[in-house]
Design a protein around this ligand. Structure first.
Ligand SMILES: Cc1cc2nc3c(=O)[nH]c(=O)nc-3n(C[C@H](O)[C@H](O)[C@H](O)COP(=O)(O)O)c2cc1C
Ligand SMILES: O=C(O)C(=O)c1ccccc1
Length: 418
């Protein structure tokens, strides 16, 4: 009997990214067209720095304090190495994952990123469009430079989740939830680690904070409840006094006072769908999230932008996964730069992974086309998710497990590609 088995690809759609590597070679070899955005994760940030405004670059590239936690995020990835397997049937990889009852083409999500207009005029609406095209769920930030409704329109029938910066004013909170729900956002992501902005020297040294000038405040400025209350208090429309409107919106959302666990009841009552808490690092908080009855958590330290000196996010993932088991969906972010990083996070128990800075750099370099290149690269070229999964001997996301990863400490290991 012939040993050659014909394997049917499980899902033809998940191959749609696979052509990118050959597309790059063909463009260069036959048409002399080189990639606009570098495919080298270690050069991406530098290219973005050359292309972006200084303030825009500093905003995305910077972190809290001396950026020790940003470094820790990368070092935590470097500590884990994959152990590849051979002679397995891995020709056709299946990258699909199911999250909260919906199947997605890949285990990637677009991390919520605020004020995107400072990086490129394509901003949130452009990225939502690209995300829908590539089948990646888009997570819209409350600190957005496009409105909830504009982003919903750009995202079309693409999957979209809403990230809440949780206002102190419950009436405003309820209004945001209603708008997001009406606009087709399926999952509510509540960010817990940014109730105040951290000490960020790269922004402080040029005294740059776009939101006080009304940039990135579009969610508030377009909100009927916020607008009504502003008018009642100041006797003016938002547009007549942008300065005070911005201050008011900022102090409602980044008040300097954290909410508490019991207050989650309001969100549970008012949001008709899954709720995910973003910014969980301690296993005991992960257990509290289970107790609170939410559906998911994101093991994240905000990309090292909040508490400097905090542990690398990947360091905490195994303990968190062990603590909560299958009781809740565990997602991961902070420091993901390559397809291999995605595999490592999946192998350590994350169900899916959010990516932040890399596509923002692409956006800064060449608008939404640049962000698209970065995302396609992550999903397709060598050192990418699909190819690397194959080379590791893994056929699908479920195959990324603890058996394929080892903790190894090599003194002097690089922590580049922040
Ligand atoms: C420029 C920038 C803006 C961000 N804005 C938000 C935001 O509005 N809401 C939020 O929950 N997280 C925000 N984050 C954090 C990201 O969602 C994510 O946690 C982080 O970028 C992941 O780390 P990485 O950049 O190393 O991938 C922002 C991050 C950056 C770099
Ligand atoms: O910069 C950030 O990390 C962030 O979360 C944020 C906060 C306010 C406005 C825009 C982004």
């Amino acid at each position: 009997m012939s040993a050659i088995q014909k394997v049917q690809h499980p899902h033809p759609k998940s191959r749609k990214y696979g052509a990118y590597q050959s597309e790059i070679y063909a463009n260069g070899m036959f048409r002399n067209i080189m990639p606009t955005v570098t495919t080298d994760p270690n050069k991406l940030e530098e290219q973005a720095k050359q292309c972006m405004s200084k303030k825009g670059y500093n905003y995305v590239g910077g972190g809290a304090g001396e950026r020790a936690t940003m470094d820790a995020n990368r070092l935590a990835f470097r500590q884990w190495k994959l152990v590849p397997r051979m002679l397995r049937q891995t020709t056709h990889r299946d990258l699909r994952v199911e999250l909260f009852g919906r199947t997605h083409d890949t285990p990637l999500l677009i991390a919520p990123i605020g004020v995107q207009v400072i990086f490129h005029e394509d901003k949130e609406t452009g990225i939502a469009d690209v995300a829908a095209e590539l089948g990646i769920p888009y997570i819209l930030s409350t600190a957005s430079s496009s409105t909830i409704e504009e982003v919903a329109q750009a995202s079309g029938d693409g999957a979209r989740w809403y990230q809440l910066y949780w206002p102190q004013d419950d009436e405003v909170t309820i209004s945001l939830l209603n708008r997001a729900q009406k606009a087709g956002f399926e999952v509510l992501v509540v960010t817990l680690d940014t109730w105040a902005l951290s000490w960020r020297p790269w922004d402080l040294d040029s005294a740059y904070v776009p939101f006080v000038k009304g940039i990135g405040d579009q969610t508030g400025f377009s909100d009927p409840v916020f607008r009504r209350k502003f008018k009642e208090k100041h006797g003016k429309e938002v547009e007549e006094d942008i300065h005070n409107a911005a201050l008011e919106w900022q102090s409602d959302v980044f008040s300097g006072a954290a909410h508490t666990w019991d207050q989650l009841e309001l969100l549970k009552k008012r949001w008709n769908g899954p709720i995910v808490l973003k910014g969980i690092q301690h296993p005991e908080d992960a257990l509290k999230a289970v107790e609170a009855g939410v559906q998911g958590i994101i093991c994240s330290n905000h990309g090292g932008r909040q508490l400097d000196g905090a542990v690398g996010s990947l360091e905490m993932l195994p303990e968190i996964v062990e603590a909560v088991g299958d009781k809740i969906t565990v997602l991961f972010d902070s420091g993901v730069r390559t397809g291999v990083d995605v595999i490592k996070a999946l192998a350590l128990g994350a169900k899916a992974v959010l990516v932040g800075r890399p596509w923002v750099y692409g956006l800064g370099i060449a608008g939404k086309a640049g962000a698209r290149d970065v995302l396609r690269g992550l999903l397709a070229a060598s050192n990418d998710l699909d190819q690397s999964m194959g080379l590791a001997g893994i056929q699908n996301v479920a195959g990324c497990d603890r058996s394929m990863i080892r903790r190894c400490h090599y003194p002097g290991d690089r922590n580049s590609s922040n």
